[in-house]
Write a protein that binds this ligand. Structure first.
Ligand SMILES: Cc1cc2nc3c(=O)[nH]c(=O)nc-3n(C[C@H](O)[C@H](O)[C@H](O)COP(=O)(O)OP(=O)(O)OC[C@H]3O[C@@H](n4cnc5c(N)ncnc54)[C@H](O)[C@@H]3O)c2cc1C
Length: 402
């Protein structure tokens, strides 16, 4: 039986609540009864929960027609991203977190790696704690492409049935797992900042900021498997290296036809960073609207140069066109966790704090003593950023020369 949605006419009072609740504009009124336009309806169920008269009935089946046997799904998988054969550090962070989840569930931690000539990477993943490693090595998988990577991961999931899949909230991870989730009819929680296991229900608790960062929502996926989540870089701690640890390795081959891609990769152009890469930096000097003009950003760049730091920015400075988006720190920018974060003329709105508050030492410079950034700062300097930052640069230049 296919999924369906029906208006029960004798229960419908024509109140129009459902019309207003539909995010897709799929419901209209005809003769004081709700009518659903199936060309627009996505079966999201918003109208069903809104209707006070139980006048809308939604029947949803899995694509295969039969309800899923959730007990068949076992193990925690981490999709390990590689670029030019180098495993990205986000994968080690997810293996660290995945290990804790697998331990709580009493299941195996599995790494999944796709690429070409990646045999040497197996040991690295094994040392990071993976109990099992799924390897698909093929020239067609050398660099990330949506079609073949999706095809392979979907096939692996259908064959081995993991109960949890974790993936980096990177450009590649976001593109890949959303495609996989749709194909296997699974839920996906993006940009999680915390993961845990509900020990009673054995469900993955996926915590992420919601409503513009004003609340932290914990999301569960009780009816579908696998439970899928993406996590940003630098939110979790990397798995420790245990050189003696040996993983079971499962090598899979896929016929060439299934690895076809509708897109062709012409070139990979690396962004040229004037200073240190933001996400990897040990020290970050960030500027905000308090700098007053794009020219004044030079004081932040100067200090960053002297400290060997990366340059960060608030969204206000990015929106004003003072800095490129790639430097933005926060909810809709990068999450960073440096040893030292210097916030210059940044107020410290929650959306900015989400991206930097786990930094080890935070120094805030702001002329407003009540600025929220001081609540998370280790050291606060109240004053004009255009006087204090050049003074710090001058002093650091002297001290670091010695
Ligand atoms: C959905 C959503 C997502 C968002 N994502 C992000 C994000 O990823 N990153 C982000 O940063 N923001 C984000 N924001 C925006 C966020 O809410 C703030 O608007 C933004 O962080 C403010 O940037 P700011 O601190 O530079 O500017 P302001 O809030 O305007 O603060 C400027 C600060 O500079 C101080 N100041 C002014 N002049 C001086 C001076 N001469 N010397 C010293 N101090 C001075 C002021 O006292 C003030 O505290 C998001 C917002 C929403 C709704």
């Amino acid at each position: 039986m296919a999924s369906s949605i029906t208006v029960i006419l004798n229960k419908c009072t024509g109140c129009t609540l459902c019309v207003r609740s539909c995010p897709f504009g799929a419901i209209s009124m005809a003769n004081k009864k709700a009518v659903i336009d199936m060309a627009k309806c996505t079966l999201c169920g918003a109208c069903v929960t809104t209707c006070k008269f139980s006048a809308i009935e939604l029947k949803k089946d899995s694509p295969q027609g039969a309800p899923k046997d959730l007990s068949a799904y076992k193990d925690v998988w981490v999709f390990c991203e590689q670029k030019k054969g180098v495993i990205q550090t986000i994968s080690f962070e997810l293996l660290g977190e995945g290990k804790k989840l697998a331990k709580k569930l009493g299941v195996k931690l599995c790494a999944v790696i796709l690429g070409h000539n990646i045999e040497a990477k197996i040991e690295e993943l094994s040392h990071r704690g993976a109990d099992k490693i799924y390897v698909v090595d093929d020239p067609a998988l050398k660099a990330y492409l949506d079609d073949p990577y999706t095809e392979v991961l979907v096939n692996l999931v259908q064959e081995y049935k993991p109960e949890i899949i974790l993936c980096g909230a990177t450009v590649i991870g976001r593109s890949l797992v959303s495609r996989v989730a749709v194909k296997i009819d699974a839920g996906l929680t993006a940009d999680c900042t915390g993961l845990d296991i509900d020990e009673k229900e054995k469900l993955l608790l996926q915590t992420r900021p919601a409503f513009g960062g004003n609340i932290m929502a914990t999301i569960i996926t009780p009816n579908h498997r696998p439970q899928m989540a993406t996590v940003r870089h630098k939110v979790m701690k990397e798995a420790e290296i245990h050189k003696g640890h040996k993983a079971e390795v499962i090598r899979k081959k896929f016929p060439g036809a299934s690895l076809k891609s509708r897109t062709t990769l012409l070139d990979i152009v690396e962004e040229i960073e004037e200073t240190v890469n933001l996400a990897e930096a040990d020290i970050i000097v960030s500027g905000g609207r308090g700098l007053g003009s794009p020219e004044n950003f030079s004081v932040v760049k100067e200090l960053a140069k002297v400290l060997g730091a990366a340059v960060g920015s608030s969204r206000a400075a990015v929106d004003a066109g003072w800095m490129p988006y790639s430097h933005q720190v926060g909810q809709t920018g990068k999450t960073v966790c440096p040893k030292l974060y210097v916030a210059c003329g940044i107020s410290g709105q929650i959306q900015h704090l989400i991206g930097m508050q786990s930094s080890k030492v935070i120094v805030a410079i702001n002329k407003d003593p009540d600025a929220p950034i001081f609540k998370v700062a280790t050291y606060g300097i109240v004053g004009d950023v255009l006087e204090i930052v050049p003074a710090l640069t001058k002093e650091f230049k002297k001290v670091l020369k010695k």
